[in-house]
Write a protein that binds this ligand. Structure first.
Ligand code: SF4
Ligand code: SF4
Length: 547
């Protein structure tokens, strides 16, 4: 059924301005179940409009106004009252409202907002289970839909944000990947998740959807779609992903010695990268000064893209300025706000501007940032974005059109070693490595023993690991991160250390130094996220790492 909600009464009154005689149409099907447009709601609306001085010339509750022919027949029974009306107020979903607008030659006003296609769990309790994507993947996910029930529509595995089985966006809903994991594990089918899910073909769900079975039966249609899929698979390597051909292609396009970061990692040198957050505005002076202050201590500087979904200067521009300033950047690119057309353009642009290191990620959900109302894109997930970047490096765009000059990138991904869904994170990490990631930057780690266990589990993955480190500034900061940043767990012992310290700055640096020292024996580098403490970067590294 379609779930609807009532529009605010004031909004309805505004839309009826200048119209005195109103006819109200309700819906005896979905809107009745949703308690927004059945007999009771139509009567209530008639009373409220009358109280505001409107004359309600008639009301009618259709069996279901989305059914055009039936509704046309129904409306004939109330044609006299309808003729008296200045306008019609419809308490139905958008489809029902449009039926009335097509059938009645008068102004038609919506009384409801349409929300989603729902399963009815109980009377008055609805849940969205399908967003009609046109390419069902339920076979691989234990009959649970990640397209609809994951806030980012991720189809190749979870993001790193789930906490205690709940989604990172903090609305109390379960992370759907936890549900998928539990079900597949119970059935002994976790291996299904290893399969790479190809990028969706949105041509199949072009709006407006029309299905006309008068010229083609459902069986004929199914055969036609199957044939089109086969034809596509014969020329599009995305469908070969994971097969022998693809592995060969990956090795063919992977560059050697492209960046200082790659040279250092391939040359067994312990690397240090440092995070730079672009300004909120166009004054880049402080950011460039911060980058210059750490330049001699790090191999490369990573530039975030709208971190925590808060709008800032784009990563690409700042990376370019770093290149001009003789500092090697690592460009972070997210799939949150661009479709594959924009992502490809952005990657080509990055190459032209001298950017070679790229970290592909999905990005924090927009509801966590300062533009909560924006339309989420999530056309691709991070695995698919890596795959797309490799495609460009092979001289082809997503649709196998030749490029006039191919870019070269040193590609990386992100991983959260402290995730509640670690087994799934690792499955996704393997997919990313096979899709093209040569290195992984982790979420901030604080527990070296746990980190070491994680590394043991991924030692067969052919990629370098760079451990994320956020120096602690206070016990309060540690507690705040534990409570608010998905995937960060500062152990109580470190929090106590910070609490007891007389000089928090000195203690924070000492803890960061311990972590860097520990990582030297465990992985291939560290990624410092100093959060303003750029002046402390030399102290954190002194005597442990020199670049
Ligand atoms: S994958 Fe999800 S959104 Fe797509 S058709 Fe299946 S249930 Fe619906
Ligand atoms: S935590 Fe991440 S993977 Fe899980 S449902 Fe939320 S957005 Fe999707």
């Amino acid at each position: 059924m379609i779930v609807t909600e009532k529009k605010p009464f004031d909004e309805i009154l505004r839309s009826l301005e200048g119209e005195e005689k109103i006819f109200i149409v309700g819906c005896g099907d979905c809107a009745d179940l949703a308690q927004t447009g059945g007999e009771k709601e139509v009567e209530d609306m008639a009373v409220r409009l009358a109280e505001k001085g409107k004359e309600v010339v008639g009301t009618f509750v259709s069996e279901g106004p989305c059914h055009v022919l039936r509704t046309a027949r129904e409306l004939r029974t109330v044609s006299e009252e309808l003729n008296l009306a200045d306008s019609v107020l419809v308490l139905a979903c958008g489809a029902g409202i449009q039926t009335i607008a097509d059938l009645v030659d008068k102004p038609v006003h919506p009384g409801l907002n349409s929300l989603f296609l729902a399963n009815v769990k109980r009377y008055g309790w609805f849940e969205e289970r399908c967003s009609l994507c046109g390419e069902c993947v339920l076979d691989f996910t234990g009959g649970i839909c990640p397209v609809t029930r994951c806030a980012k529509s991720l189809v190749n595995g979870p993001c790193g944000g789930a906490e205690e089985g709940k989604c990172e966006i903090g609305n109390g809903r379960e992370c759907v990947w936890q549900l998928i994991y539990d079900r597949l594990k119970k059935r002994g089918q976790l291996d299904r998740l290893l399969k790479y899910q190809v990028m969706k073909d949105f041509e199949r769900s072009i709006k407006p959807g029309v299905l006309d079975l008068r010229g083609e039966t459902q069986d004929e249609r199914s055969i036609r779609i199957g044939n089109a899929d086969q034809a596509r698979a014969s020329w599009h390597p995305e469908f070969e992903f994971g097969h022998r051909n693809w592995e060969i292609q990956l090795e063919n396009v992977r560059p050697r010695g492209l960046t200082e970061l790659q040279k250092a990692l391939d040359g067994d040198r312990f690397v240090v990268t440092c995070e730079l957050v672009p300004p909120k505005g166009v004054d880049v002076n402080q950011a460039l000064q911060d980058a210059r202050s750490v330049k001699d201590y790090v191999t490369a500087v990573n530039v975030n893209e709208n971190p925590s979904s808060k709008m800032r200067l784009n990563s690409l521009s700042l990376c370019h300025l770093l290149v001009e300033g003789g500092i090697e950047p690592v460009f972070h690119i997210t799939t949150r706000e661009r479709n594959r057309l924009a992502l490809q353009s952005e990657l080509l642009g990055a190459y032209v501007l001298g950017i070679r290191n790229v970290v592909a990620m999905t990005g924090d959900h927009q509801s966590m940032g300062d533009h909560r109302e924006v339309k989420p894109v999530y056309d691709l997930d991070s695995v698919q974005l890596l795959r797309l970047a490799i495609e460009l490096m092979g001289g082809k765009d997503y649709n196998m059109n030749n490029l006039n000059g191919a870019p070269q990138f040193y590609l990386g991904g992100v991983i959260n070693p402290d995730s509640d869904l670690l087994e799934l994170q690792i499955i996704k990490m393997r997919k990313k490595a096979r899709a093209g990631a040569s290195f992984f930057i982790t979420q901030a780690i604080y527990d070296l023993e746990k980190f070491s266990d994680f590394l043991d589990q991924v030692k067969d993955v052919k990629a370098y690991i760079i451990a994320g480190i956020i120096p602690l500034k206070s016990a309060r900061m540690a507690r705040h991160m534990n409570a608010n940043i998905p995937g960060i767990h500062v152990p109580e012992g470190l929090i106590e250390r910070m609490e007891k310290a007389r000089d928090k700055g000195v203690e924070g640096v000492a803890i960061a130094r311990d972590l860097v020292r520990g990582c030297r024996d465990l992985c291939q580098g560290v990624h410092l996220m100093p959060i303003g403490w750029y002046d402390k970067v030399p102290q954190i590294l002194e005597g442990i790492v020199s670049v």
